[in-house]
Ligand binder design. Structure first.
Ligand SMILES: Nc1nc2c(c(=O)[nH]1)N[C@H]1C(S)=C(S)[C@@H](COP(=O)(O)O)O[C@H]1N2
Ligand SMILES: [Mo]
Length: 377
């Protein structure tokens, strides 16, 4: 039973019929978000058993765009869901038996971890880090808490959900008063509208024809050469080394080593590819790249492409100055050491003198301002 002071505040809109329907939409959004998030994490820190293909080239663009989109759309859904159930959180007795305690505990965990995931995710796409923990590790760990708590919650609530779904939205359950005030259909309509607006506000950071409406997308705008920039050469502290006269790209396989000037790289056979930059923050943009095929470059030091490769940047510090390129990508026709972008010389902010661009790979692993490429034995 609810205390009278609270039961008086329960509008019929706060019915299981509404809570269950919003809950299902939220469950779908959260599941998409969880699965795409796992993929993104595994691509960046692959467990031994994990293989991510180089093709199709656009796949990561879709999975990570879907991650951010589903997360943002989950925010209004979660708020409406909480609104539709919160008076019930005060139902007496607060803790009836051990099972009830478990259920209450799982809800506290669920709500807390969901809010944490959605808030840190939203801050991350805005590149706003008002905390001291390492975002990817915390966001990844808490995702398991949230998804686990969701599974428990769903199992506990399954009978209520089934009952609620067996009736049309407008029809009250046996123990419910007839609806008055804001209709339940009206509330569901508002939920759909809020979720659509939230989605449209970020979708444009990966869907070009929605770009004009992407008010929540910080990186949907233009950058040099028609492509946004995440970290500029100035921020990375490479402005001088990237333009130095003695710049060389070192390519190494075992004891074989060669050093190339930019002019020497330009003199090698050039390959072109249309590939996206697909940032983990959700924005993505396609571009025309050309340069030396990595496989061809490795052949100059006698490497066959069967091994993973370490790619190093001129950057002295920063998390993204070294990346590992798996053999699946090393051998791909479209994996380039890019020298040109959109029919012009690669600009300093996009990675001059040369950068890595490979198909189906997170932007964060598309290393700019290369200093060395080493085959791992
Ligand atoms: N050396 C280096 N390379 C880097 C980065 C970096 O910080 N340092 N940022 C990466 C990230 S997060 C993205 S999304 C892409 C963006 O490429 P762009 O700035 O050319 O669009 O570059 C990647 N390459
Ligand atoms: Mo990125």
């Amino acid at each position: 039973m609810l205390p009278p002071a609270i039961s008086a505040r329960i509008s019929p809109d706060r019915s299981p019929a509404v809570a269950a329907r919003i809950g299902i939409a939220l469950g779908i959004a959260v599941t998409i978000c969880f699965v795409t998030g796992l993929l993104s994490h595994w691509i960046q820190q692959p467990p031994g058993w994990f293989r991510w293909p180089a093709n199709p080239p656009w796949l990561y663009r879709v999975t990570q765009g879907g991650h951010v989109l589903s997360g943002v759309m989950a925010i209004p859904l979660l708020l409406i869901k909480l609104w539709s159930v919160y008076p019930r959180l005060f139902a007496r007795p607060l803790l009836a038996n051990p099972l009830h305690l478990l259920e209450r505990g799982s809800i506290a965990l669920l709500v807390g971890s969901m809010i944490f995931e959605l808030a840190t995710g939203l801050a991350n796409i805005a590149q706003y880090y008002p905390w001291r923990f390492f975002f990817p590790a915390a966001h990844y760990a808490m995702a398991f808490v949230a998804f686990g708590a969701l599974a428990v919650h769903l199992a506990v609530k399954l009978p209520i959900v089934r009952d609620a779904l067996s009736r049309p939205v407008g029809e009250p359950a046996a123990d419910q008063p007839a609806p008055t005030g804001l209709s339940r259909r009206g509330l569901l309509g508002a939920a759909v509208a809020a979720t659509t607006v939230a989605g449209l506000a970020v979708a444009g950071q990966s869907v070009p024809w929605l770009r004009w409406i992407a008010v929540l997308a910080p990186r949907s705008g233009e950058g040099p050469q028609g492509l946004p920039v995440n970290r500029t050469a100035g921020q990375a502290g490479v402005t001088d080394t990237a333009r130095a006269a003695d710049y060389r790209l070192v390519v190494r396989a075992g004891t074989n080593e060669r050093a190339f000037t930019r002019a020497e790289l330009e003199a090698l056979p050039q390959t072109a590819a249309i590939l996206p930059i697909a940032c983990v923050e959700g924005w993505s943009a396609s571009a025309h790249w050309s340069g030396v095929r990595l496989r061809d470059l490795l052949a100059t030091v006698g490497a066959t492409g069967r091994h993973d490769v370490t790619v190093r940047s001129l950057e002295q510090s920063g998390l993204y100055r070294i990346t590992q390129l798996p053999a699946t990508h090393v051998v791909d026709d479209q994996t380039l050491i890019a020298l040109r972008l959109n029919d012009a010389e690669l600009s300093l902010d996009h990675g001059y003198p040369c950068r890595l661009i490979a198909p189906n790979r997170p932007g964060v692993l598309q290393t700019k301002w290369l200093s060395a490429i080493e085959v791992r034995a």
